[in-house]
Design a protein around this ligand. Structure first.
Ligand SMILES: Cc1cc2nc3c(=O)[nH]c(=O)nc-3n(C[C@H](O)[C@H](O)[C@H](O)COP(=O)(O)OP(=O)(O)OC[C@H]3O[C@@H](n4cnc5c(N)ncnc54)[C@H](O)[C@@H]3O)c2cc1C
Length: 444
């Protein structure tokens, strides 16, 4: 088969998913992608595109053709006057950030990690935090899709706008995304202030706190009474004579603090907690002591993203903003009761309404609640109980994280669900791009 590479077991970043596809391919151009799709069809195989494997929902695994997009990467074009940049979809956000920096540009908002691919991040509705700044899909102004029907289709806000809004969160079922055009902004800096605050008072004023900051998030360790808040303020990039980026020394110290104090501690305590679950309560208290008060300023993407050397799996839900504090209160009661199950902090972020048909933040201001668990053995009983609370508060699951929702639960939550399904059927009439999980998710 075209672009075939050495076979072998595929593993997700979090280690909870594996796949042994019949064929693994790594195309380098849109023509190769189209040939792979056509050959898969001829051979009666399904095909699933894969990005950086950062999803812990089984979106990528297939027994057919695993179409690795990692060689479809790099810059396609830059329009500096209009601050628009087109890249191939296998480009990682980290690579994109560096490309943009060379042109004095940046993305307005970013997730907290930059290792996912552009095509993979869009697929699941990847978001950052901040009520005034769009998620990733809201920053896209055009993209091209190689479809199982053998076409390379371009769409944008003005050309095939319905397909474009569907493709902003595409789940990898509309085609293989080949290139993506972003509307960027001028490069900017972020000032970050981190505090520890009593969680009760914070939840009482959560919406105000989210509205008052450019980017606001907090995390809370089960068994403790304080939250760790992170408040980011956007600073215009001033001429170099006025200011400098963070000095290499202060940046190195901050990274060392992240890596040594926060990450190693989390990893070490997570391992101990795995062996002795009942010890996690005490360990969480130790860990919360490591979270200091800090203030720093740096280039935007270095502040949005944090290093993640410790592997975990996550469950995340998008709630109506106004329901978020109440859901966190209930989760707190649950987590405190099951304290040995959670050795990572619960994290809360926020986002404005998203235009993507299947964006979990579609049509409403959103509070995102993220639950992470150390290693490959998430506690099913905790996740089941937590999911009930999140669903009861009107939550929609993050497509890339652990959840148990299927089409019957999801369809009523998305006003444009049927339109998405109709476009999928038009672009992939034989279901070439579906695996077991996407069949179940979409009910097709
Ligand atoms: C450490 C870490 C931090 C994270 N932080 C955040 C965060 O801050 N905010 C957030 O919202 N999420 C976050 N996530 C979740 C992550 O953004 C999503 O799971 C994202 O989809 C992963 O992208 P990926 O490139 O790894 O794609 P994969 O996981 O490999 O694939 C995801 C989906 O994209 C499809 N796909 C990939 N490439 C293409 C393509 N070119 N064309 C068509 N379909 C394609 C796949 O078929 C699949 O359906 C995080 C995950 C991890 C592990």
């Amino acid at each position: 088969m075209t672009a075939r590479v050495k076979n072998g077991t595929w593993r997700s970043w979090g280690g909870n998913l594996t796949a042994d596809p019949t064929v693994r391919v790594r195309p380098t151009s849109s023509d190769e992608v189209l040939r792979v799709l056509s050959e898969a069809h001829e051979q009666g195989l399904c095909a699933r595109p894969g990005g950086s494997g950062h999803s812990c929902a089984p979106l990528v695994p297939t027994e057919g053709v695993l179409l690795d997009t990692s060689a479809l990467k790099g810059l396609v074009s830059v329009d500096e006057d209009h601050q628009r940049v087109t890249v191939f979809a296998g480009t990682t956000l980290q690579e994109l950030n560096l490309i943009l920096e060379q042109h004095g540009l940046a993305l307005a908002n970013l997730p907290d990690s930059s290792h996912m691919s552009v095509g993979g991040a869009l697929a699941t509705g990847t978001h950052g935090t901040g009520l005034g700044q769009p998620s990733l899909g809201g920053q896209v102004i055009g993209l091209s899709l190689a479809t199982p029907t053998g076409e390379l289709i371009s769409c944008s806000e003005t050309h095939r706008p319905d397909l474009f809004d569907a493709a902003r969160v595409h789940l990898g079922v509309l085609g293989v995304v080949v290139s993506v055009t972003f509307q960027c902004v001028s490069a900017f800096r972020l000032h970050c202030a981190e505090f520890r605050e009593p969680i009760g008072a914070l939840l009482d004023t959560l919406q105000e706190r989210m509205s008052a900051a450019d980017h606001f998030e907090f995390s809370w360790m089960p068994g403790t009474t304080t939250a760790h808040t992170r408040i980011l303020s956007r600073l215009h990039r001033l001429p170099d004579t006025y200011t400098r980026p963070a000095s290499p020394i202060s940046r190195a110290l901050r990274r060392a603090d992240d890596a040594v104090l926060r990450t190693s501690l989390t990893a070490g305590l997570g391992r101990v907690g795995n062996l002795i679950p009942r010890a996690v309560n005490g360990l969480n208290r130790i860990e919360s002591l490591a979270e200091s008060f800090r203030r720093y300023t740096d280039v935007s993407y270095r502040v949005f993203t944090v290093a993640r050397p410790v592997r975990y799996v996550a469950a995340e839900y998008a709630l109506p903003l106004e329901a978020t504090a109440s859901a966190v209160r209930e989760l707190k009661v649950l987590a405190d009761a099951h304290v040995y199950d959670l050795s990572f902090p619960l994290t809360v972020r926020c986002a404005p309404p998203d235009p993507g048909f299947l964006s979990p933040a579609a049509g409403r201001y959103t509070g995102w609640i993220n639950l992470r668990q150390y290693g490959r053995r998430p506690s099913q009983s905790f996740l089941t109980a937590a999911e009930r609370i999140l669903v009861d508060h009107g939550g929609r699951p993050h497509w890339g994280t652990l959840h148990t929702r299927t089409a019957a639960d999801l369809a009523p939550l998305y006003p444009r669900w049927e339109e998405f399904l109709a476009l999928r059927a038009e672009l992939d009439p034989h279901g070439l791009l579906l695996n077991e999980h996407t069949h179940r998710l979409l009910g097709v």
